[in-house]
Each structure stands twice: as C-alpha cells, then as structure tokens.
Design a protein around this ligand. Sequence first.
Ligand code: ADP
Length: 530
Amino acid sequence: MLGAMQDFDLRVTHLIDHAAREHGGREIVTRWADGSETRTTWAGVRHDALKMTQALRRLGVQQGDRIATLAMNHSRHLVSWYGAVGVGGVLHTINPRLFDDQLEYIANHAEDQVLLYDRAFAPLVERMKPKWTTIRHYICYDDGQFEDWIGAEDGNTTWAWGDERDPCMLCYTSGTTGNPKGVIYEHRSTMLHAMTGLQPAIFDFDARSVMLPVVPMFHAASWGLPWSGAAAGIKFVFSAVNDPAVLCELMNREKVTHSAGVPTVWLATFQHMDATGTTLPTLRHAIIGGSAAPRFMLERLMKAGVNVAHAWGMTETSPIGTTGAKSWDWDDLTFEQQVDIKQMQGRVPFGVELRTVDLGDPSIVLPRDGKTSGALQVRGPWIIKRYFKAESDAAASPDQWFDTGDVAILHPDGTLQLTDRTKDVIKSGGEWISSVELENAAVGHPGVAEAAAIGIYHPKWDERPILVVVRKAGAEVTAQEIKDHLARHVAKWWLPDAIEFVDAIPHGATGKISKKDLRDQFRDYKLEDA
Ligand code: ADP
C-alpha cells in the first residue's frame, strides 16, 4: 500500500516561489563595492531569476550543466543562485581566494559552462581564461552587463522540473592537502538543510528578521542562508565589501537583527567598534562558525544581549552539523557556565548523527563521556556520500559514517567539543595536545592578536608544541607573560616549549590559519633541548 499525500518533490525552486508569493515585498538590499546601493524584493529576485533561466536556455545550457559564479555577496549573485537551479543547472560557487592552480583545477573539473563574475575579479578571469577549457560564456555582473543579458528576456517561463535527488549545487573544499574536492548537493538534501536552518538554535528566522550575512556566498554554500532566508522571507542586507566600518554602518541603518560569519570577521568588527565607539543595538542573533570562536568573543556578544549560535560544520555537511542549542537547564546556569557551553560547538539538530572513534583504531566507537577524544564521524541526509566524479570511491563508510578529519569529545548530552583536526593535533609522549585549545587560550590574552600552535619534532617526546603569535598593534607582550597566562588555562605539560613572534600568520583561501604553510615555514626549527 502507498500513502496518499500529494506529490511535492523537494526542489529548491519552491523556496523562491514561496518567498515571492508570501513575502514578495520584503527587501533585498545591496551595498556595492563602488559605494552605491540598490534595493530589490523577493518578488524581484524571482522575476530576475526566471529571466536568467530564459537567458541561460538561450545560451544552450542544459539540465545538469554547471553554472559558475565568482562573486561577493549581492542581489545579482542571489538571483543567479535561483536562476542556475531554475534552469535545472548546478550552481558552482567558486572561491576567488583560491590559488591559480586550484582555480584552474576546479573550473575544469566541474566542467563549468558559464561563468558570472564581479568586475573586481576581471583580472583573475583574464588571467585564467586560457586555462579554463570548458567555460563557453563569461558574463560580468557590473556595468549593466548582467542587467542587459537578462533584460532581453520577459520572465514568462517556468522552472525546469525533475527529480528531488537531482544535483543543484557544487562546492569545492579548499583542499589543504591535494586537489580540492567537489561536494555535490541535491535539491532534496538542500531543502531539508534549508528547513533545518530555520530552527531557533540555528538561524532563528521569522518574517521580522533582517540578516547581513558576512559569510561569503562562495564559502560552504553560504551556510545555506540564501535558501533558508527565502523559506522564512527575511530581509537580506548584502555588502559586496567586508570593511567593518561599512558593515557596522549598514547594520545600524538597516536595523540588522541577524548576522553570520567566521570568528575573524568579528575580531575586525570589534576592533572597529572599540576604535569608534560604535555599538550594534539591533543585533540579536549571531551565527559564528568555520573555526572555533574564542571565549572573549562569545562573552562580549552575549553580554551585549546577542544570542550566539556557535556552529560547527563543513562543506561536506552542507554545512550545518551542530550549533549552540540551549540545554533544558540553561536558565538555571550561571553566565560563566553558559559561556562554557557556548564555547563548545553545540548539539546536532534532528537529522544529523555524530560519533567519535578511536584515532588509532576506527572500529572502536568511543563513549560520550565528556572526556575521551577521538576522530569525529557524522551521517545524515545532507552529509556527503561521495565526492564529485568519485563514482567508485565512497567518502563515507557502508553504514554512511563520514570521517570529518576533526578530533572531538562528545559529552553525555550530545554536546560536541572540537579539540583539533586529525592532522594538527600534537602528539607528545604518546598523549595528544590540542593545538586549538592552546590557541584559544592564547588569544584570550589582551596583547595577542592571533596565535597558532604547531608540533615540532622532539627526540624524546616525539613532538612538542610551539606557539606562533602575532602581537596586537602597540602591545609589547613577552613570551613569559603569554606562558604565565596559558598556565592558568591548560595543563602544564601542554605549555609550548617556545613562543615565536611573527608579523603575520599564513591563511588559506577560506580565511583560516594554514597550518600546512606554517609547518613549512617552521620546518627547520630546532627546539632548545632537542
Ligand atoms: P575548508 O575545509 O575548505 O576550510 P570547511 O568550511 O569545509 O572549509 O571547513 C570545515 C572545517 O572547519 C571543520 O572540519 C572544522 O575543522 C572547522 N570548523 C568549522 N566550524 C568550527 C567551529 N565552530 N569550531 C572549530 N572548528 C570548526
């Protein structure tokens, strides 16, 4: 016997139809790189996306073809998300911060047909054009080119139809080792993920929400915001530049209630706020993820009355994995205890399952005891099964567990506490030292702007940590002061053997510290007692 409910494939075009129908007048504001501003609405975005669908068909784009973007956050980019999936294509958001060889690899590997790009990236496009072998059409978003292109159409068309398991989006991981790998999302997985994003512990949207996403549309599907935002009919405020002064001005003028970004964005914003006395009185919900949010950051936002969702996820998990959901006894906890909880990576929403396994023997599943750390694995309907074009090579085990490459502790209530990445943990005398915990403790010192811990070869201990530190401008903090500060936060045997001050720490394409480059930089480093 079959159930007898309606056929309603979970296709992401339903999201924009809903937004235009139920929240059609809600604004989408863009502050462009040249300082100008435009305003459209969800109805306008849908109409333009339909026109783009027609324009793509005119270019000969077929269902399943990849349509790439190389762009910052703005309304035309949002239109393209829906236009690309509307024609039945696969949206491929390229990260412009990748290195040339990675850019060459991913566009060719994806077999992109069309590329839409910001004028700011025109030099990059010109440089790469001879190397990109599949792109047939280049369309610039600026100087009226995008408007002219879709302006030739009337929007009187329908979305391409198909199966809910069809692909709709392709995102590449930054590939800190080897070539970047493509993660190919489906309509169904994206819809389930978008609906999950609406939960209070994640984006906490309702129709009054005004969101300024700082997370770029080219990074990890922008955490699903362009999809979830449509489902809730929120107002979006986009900034095509990431200047904290511009972001703060926009947040206050447009009465932004929600924001999302990696911790470094908040660091820069705080610096601007302190220098200018700016406050953000309308902000009430901030999603921070992508790397660990330091304690002082959580404290500061929480004290300002902002509900912080400290989230963990990765491109392979669409990317929502966990967020800082409040526990049942939240209201009975002290502020300090609440910060303790927020500093961890939170709990899963329905749909995601986590477990940890032994770092040496993955057949041993570890207890959720709040103590034992192991390799973090994840499964669920929006978690990767296999990488793009890796048909014979599953990314997950037969029972669907995907190895995240993260090291974590699971607590009895399911709270996830990330302690490191498998390749970054420091092994000292057979025990593990978490580089992340050392870094978090170090940036809690007022004189430290950024810190990174890496393992250095030691004949007796195998590895010992050193801490590489960038001082805050004007700060004269010494190695001993940092050591004393660390001693109050970590076990004695975790204390770095040396502290090295540098002007800058290398970052990868997604803005995270590149431990690989840092390790290369310190390859010949010798510890004093080694
Ligand atoms: P990339 O791998 O391309 O840098 P991802 O966004 O896919 O980009 O990176 C995912 C990784 O980022 C996770 O596996 C984890 O190591 C790290 N990460 C994400 N969120 C957090 C968080 N809240 N705390 C600590 N690390 C995080």
